[in-house]
Design a protein around this ligand. Structure first.
Ligand code: AMP
Length: 414
């Protein structure tokens, strides 16, 4: 099945041909005809499946010609995602005259206000900044025809639901709504009932699955050896680019400092950084200037970063679904990738929740030659027949090894 038979306009088809898309991905194949038919759509698919085009292409086809007022609104939970989606929409609409404006916080209003004054057809926005512009009457949603709530569960986690509701209240009742969410907790169900009419659901693959091109491993360690372990891991692994996820912003700063001392080129991404810093980090990492990106979960959803060879969870994620999102940064588009999770005794329950969520037991590994201190985690294998840690030197009686392609090879320099 090709894009040509989906009912998209010639200008849109030209745009995607230029981008090198040949065949639609499953969510595009199922989502595009539904959105073109005017139905409200709930979409759930793994990250990196092409959902931006799944809603972007039919909306651009339906908008067709420019007008002075925004007719499509795409809400995103983070500035980075808003910026990424805006770039994709600009690319898809390269051969049309439709205009797209991105609105997010952390930067001055001037350029955004100017763009709104000139007139725009599509707004891609984070909720808070859009509400600011609406209250300053810089734009209006009165003429809106298409509303996309992207990463709805993430918007919920980040506390944006009241803002999202205020925005929806300013949209005309007669509109088409698409909602994308990896999970559908009850509060999203309520939102769906309130904001959508008779929606169709497009669910691609298992919501909880992780790409099978990724190998996973858990590295149990004593709490006060986490820093040493992450350093040792990076020494052992032959990586091109690695994202290290931390639970807190303070933790991310600390790990970033540690790895800089180890002579890694490191970028840091979390919400306490200024927008300019966040953009510099992301761009530098994408361009290969930084080999390590240390991030909180702000970077784990939907961000399209090519060629991430490894993901390291410095902390076990607190929400099991975040494991899937974090790991989704590697192994995209069928490239292989490795995912390591550092686990301390306090993480046991969270780790088990992750394993239940992905319905898979992840193998426990040790780094050969690392001077492990005792942790009760090393006794966990007892009942399953795994040899017991007896203290003293590494690995005695405990399974260890590296699951990476770069066994002992050290970092690959670009
Ligand atoms: P998304 O899930 O929208 O973030 O897309 C993930 C990545 O897949 C992006 O780099 C897209 O440019 C790319 N992509 C999306 N759809 C296609 C397609 N049909 N063919 C090739 N690449 C695609």
């Amino acid at each position: 099945m090709s894009f040509d038979s989906l009912g998209l306009s010639e200008t849109v088809l030209k745009g995607i041909r230029e981008m090198g898309y040949e065949d639609p991905t499953p969510i595009q194949l199922h989502g595009i005809p539904l959105i073109l038919s005017g139905k409200d759509v709930i979409g759930s698919a793994q990250t990196g499946t092409g959902k931006t085009a799944a809603f972007g292409l039919p909306i651009l086809t339906r908008l067709e010609k420019p007008s002075q007022q925004p007719r499509a609104l795409i809400l995103e939970p983070t500035r980075e995602l808003a910026s990424q989606v805006e770039t994709a929409i600009q690319d898809f609409s390269k051969f049309s005259k439709l205009r797209t404006t991105v609105l997010y916080g952390g930067v001055k209003y001037g350029r955004q206000t100017d763009a709104l004054k000139v007139g725009t057809d599509i707004i891609v926005a984070t909720p808070g900044r859009l509400l600011d512009h609406l209250s300053q009457k810089n734009t209006t949603l009165k003429h809106l025809e298409y509303l996309v709530l992207d990463e709805a569960d993430r918007m919920l986690d980040m506390g944006f639901m009241p803002d999202v509701k205020k925005i929806i209240q300013q949209c005309p009742e007669k509109r088409q709504t698409a909602l994308f969410s990896a999970t559908v907790p009850p509060i999203i169900e309520t939102l769906i009932q309130w904001a959508m009419k008779d929606p169709e659901t497009v669910e691609i693959g298992m919501r909880r699955s992780v790409a099978d091109t990724i190998s996973h491993a858990v590295y149990p360690v004593a709490f006060n050896q986490k820093d040493d372990l992450v350093v040792a891991l990076l020494r052992k692994v032959e990586f091109d680019s690695v994202i290290i996820f931390c639970r807190t912003k303070i933790g991310a700063d600390k790990v970033g400092r540690l790895l800089k001392q180890e002579n890694h080129s490191v970028a840091i991404l979390h919400s306490n950084r200024t927008q300019a810093e966040r953009e510099r980090s992301l761009k530098g990492f994408r361009d290969g200037k930084f080999e390590v990106l240390v991030a909180t979960d702000i970077a784990s959803r939907g961000l399209d970063i090519a060629n991430v060879s490894h993901v390291v969870n410095y902390d076990v994620p607190q929400h099991p679904e975040d494991y899937v999102h974090r790991i989704g940064r590697t192994g995209r588009a069928a490239a292989t990738g490795d995912a390591f999770t550092i686990m301390v005794a306090e993480d046991r329950q969270h780790m088990e929740a992750v394993e239940r969520f992905i319905d898979n037991k992840i193998k426990r590994e040790k780094i050969e030659g690392f001077e492990y201190k005792y942790t009760a985690l090393f006794d966990d294998g007892k009942s399953s027949g795994m040899p017991r840690f007896r203290g003293g030197s590494v690995g005695r009686g405990y399974s260890f090894g590296m699951s990476t392609r770069g066994k002992g090879g050290g970092r690959r320099r670009r």
